[in-house]
Each structure stands twice: as structure tokens, then as C-alpha cells.
Design a protein. Structure first.
Ligand code: AFP
Length: 341
């Protein structure tokens, strides 16, 4: 029988091989433990009284679901006392949350979207948690927003947990991508895939087609060519999937390839926004994972991980997944802008 490897064993071995520090290992273990609690809460559904709106809005002015609030609290509480963090930032909170004075402080900054795709929770469709880890700048004792505003290339770890038919953790700390499945009977994440790679070519794309008429011309051109299938310039058919939980859509790409787009559109710019998805809580961690799996991640114009953030809740367009498709869609945008011949 093949011996199973738990997340703890995987982290201990990574620490022994000096790929991660003891503090980062603890941080990941704590986040994974918190996500097990979120998995239990999402799994209870109506029986746990956790469905529906919380009756409050988050910092983005979006109605919070009860599970958004519960998941945020679980992650904050779990990460407060271990001594591994200098501060946390959450998509659900305007400002970073300092570590309470009663506890020791660590050298890392943790950012998370506690329950991504939460509008799917009431219809029992997969949702997830996304997280990103940065080093706190040297000499900083009270981390502020400015300390979090580091480009995605500075991430030391990123991951997501999908709460679906099974609960899965997908993790990178810059040495490839691994997947762990939660064994609910023993309560441990067990390694189920390592060295995950996204094929460079794909026949599957994910986009919210209802926004088509609002897209910019290069996006219209790119998706138009995919839709034209065998009769169009690409000469082959493409399939489309859209879960509307980024975690589930990205996980499909991690599993069998594909591309995901949330482009800029006139509806978004009309509201004075710069994108739909959040750079620090969604785009950067997913870009890190996708690049580590051999894929690509851009805004349609630049590499996501090279963006110098200007705000904790900054939004960006997102193109990610199979490298060759991301490159074609990005090239169309740059050609239209006249920045590429
Ligand atoms: P919610 O967390 O509000 O459900 O938003 C989910 C999300 O940020 C991301 O996970 C999806 O990819 C995207 O929004 C779905 O957007 P549409 O509502 O346009 O389908």
C-alpha cells in the first residue's frame, strides 16, 4: 500500500529541505486548520443556520453572506495567537487587522478572501477560501496598509481551498503546486497531487458571456474567434464553462487546463472601477499558483504579479490559465493599444 503523506508531514519535509521556514510552515498549518472549520460550517448548510445574508455590507459595498462573516472570523481568530504573523488583511475588512498586543508577532503578512464565490453558497455550488502570504518588511513593528502593498512576485506562499464535493487545498510556496484532499474521517489534509502542470494549449474557456456587449474590442475579437469554432480562424471548436466561483473555475484549470477571463468592460469602467476581481486577495495568489503550474496570468496588458499595488482593495482584469491562450488574448489587447507591432 502506498503510504499517504499528510499536509503536516509535507510541511515538515519542506522545512527540512529549507524550502520554507518554520514560521511559514506554522502559518500554512494554521490556515489549513481554519479552513477545516470553514469546511464544516459550509457543509452544514441550512442545518447550521449559516445560509443567507448577514444583513451587512463589506468594504466594497457588497451584501455580506452569513458565511462570509463566519469564515472571516474563523480565519482571524485562528491566526491571532500563533506568533507567525505581523498582521492580516481580508477582503471583508477595510483596514489590516493587527495582531493583538497580548500575543507575539511574526514576520509574515497574510491576506485572504475568506469565502470567494459566496453568492453561490445558497444554491449549494462550490465556494472557496483564497490566501496570499508576504514577508513583513524588515524593521516594521506595527504593519500598516503600505507594508502590504507589495507586488505578487514578493509572495512567499499562496493557496486556495475549494469547498466542493470534497474539500481540497491547493498550495504553492514557489516550488511547484501541490493538492491535498481533506480526509473528513481523520480530519487531515492528505497529499493527492504534486507538481501539477497546466497544459499550454486548451479547448476550454471560462468567462461571464452575459457581459459580452460591454467588453473592449480585443476581447470581442478573441472570444468571437473561439465561438466561431471550426468555421473560424482558430479552425477548431472550444467549450465554455462558468461556475462564478473563481476558486472552482481556477481549480478546473489546475485539474485539466483551460483559461479564465474577467476582462475590463464598460459596466466596470462606468462605475469608475479598474476591474472586477481583487488584486491582493484573488488575482495575485491565483496568478502565483497558475504560474507555478506552468500557466500564465495577465491583466490583458501586463503580468499580474508585476503590478505595483496602490491599494489593499484594488481591482484588476484577470486572464489566467493555459499559456498559449493567455498569450493570444493578451497580444490582441497590446496590438489594439498599439504597444506591440
Ligand atoms: P461573490 O463572492 O460575490 O460571489 O463573487 C465571486 C467573484 O468575485 C469570483 O469568484 C467570480 O469569478 C466572479 O465574482 C463572478 O462574477 P459574475 O457575478 O460576473 O459571474
Amino acid at each position: 500500500m502506498t503510504k499517504s503523506i499528510s499536509l503536516i508531514q509535507f510541511l515538515i519535509e519542506a522545512k527540512r529541505a529549507e524550502r520554507i521556514t518554520g514560521e511559514l510552515s506554522l502559518l500554512i498549518e494554521v490556515v489549513a486548520r481554519a479552513c477545516k472549520r470553514i469546511s464544516v460550517a459550509t457543509g452544514k448548510g441550512a442545518l447550521g443556520g449559516v445560509l443567507g445574508n448577514a444583513g451587512s455590507d463589506n468594504v466594497q459595498g457588497e451584501a455580506q453572506k452569513k458565511l462570509d462573516v463566519i469564515s472571516n472570523e474563523i480565519l482571524l481568530e485562528a491566526n491571532a495567537w500563533g506568533g507567525h504573523l505581523a498582521a492580516c488583511a481580508s477582503e471583508e475588512m477595510e483596514d489590516p487587522q493587527p495582531i493583538p498586543d497580548a500575543y507575539p508577532k511574526g514576520h509574515h503578512l497574510l491576506l485572504f478572501d475568506p469565502l470567494d464565490g459566496s453568492s453561490n453558497i445558497d444554491v449549494n455550488v462550490s465556494v472557496g477560501t483564497i490566501f496570499s502570504v508576504l514577508r513583513c518588511p524588515d524593521g516594521v513593528t506595527e504593519a500598516t496598509t503600505a507594508d502590504f502593498l507589495q507586488p505578487g512576485t514578493e509572495q512567499v506562499a499562496a493557496g486556495y481551498v475549494v469547498y466542493g464535493p470534497s474539500t481540497l487545498l491547493v498550495l504553492t510556496f514557489g516550488h511547484g503546486v501541490s493538492e491535498f484532499t481533506l480526509d473528513r474521517e481523520i480530519g487531515s489534509f492528505i497529499l493527492t497531487k504534486r507538481d501539477i502542470t497546466i497544459p499550454a494549449d486548451t479547448g476550454e474557456f471560462a468567462i461571464n458571456m452575459s457581459n459580452q456587449r460591454h467588453w473592449e474590442a480585443p476581447m470581442q475579437r478573441y472570444v468571437g474567434e473561439l465561438l466561431a469554432g471550426t468555421e473560424g480562424p482558430r479552425g477548431r471548436d472550444f467549450n465554455m464553462r462558468w461556475v462564478a466561483s473563481m476558486v472552482a473555475d481556477v481549480h478546473r484549470i489546475i485539474t485539466r487546463g483551460g483559461v479564465f477571463f474577467y476582462p475590463l468592460d464598460a459596466k466596470i469602467t462606468g462605475k469608475g472601477a479598474t476591474g472586477k476581481l481583487r488584486l491582493m486577495y484573488e488575482a495575485n495568489p491565483m496568478a502565483f499558483i497558475v504560474e507555478q503550474a506552468g500557466g500564465a496570468a495577465t491583466t490583458g496588458r501586463e503580468r499580474i504579479m508585476e503590478i505595483r499595488p496602490t491599494g489593499l482593495h484594488q481591482r484588476v482584469p484577470v486572464f489566467l490559465g493555459s499559456k498559449n491562450e493567455v498569450e493570444i488574448a493578451t497580444r490582441y489587447h497590446l496590438e489594439a493599444d498599439g504597444t506591440r507591432g
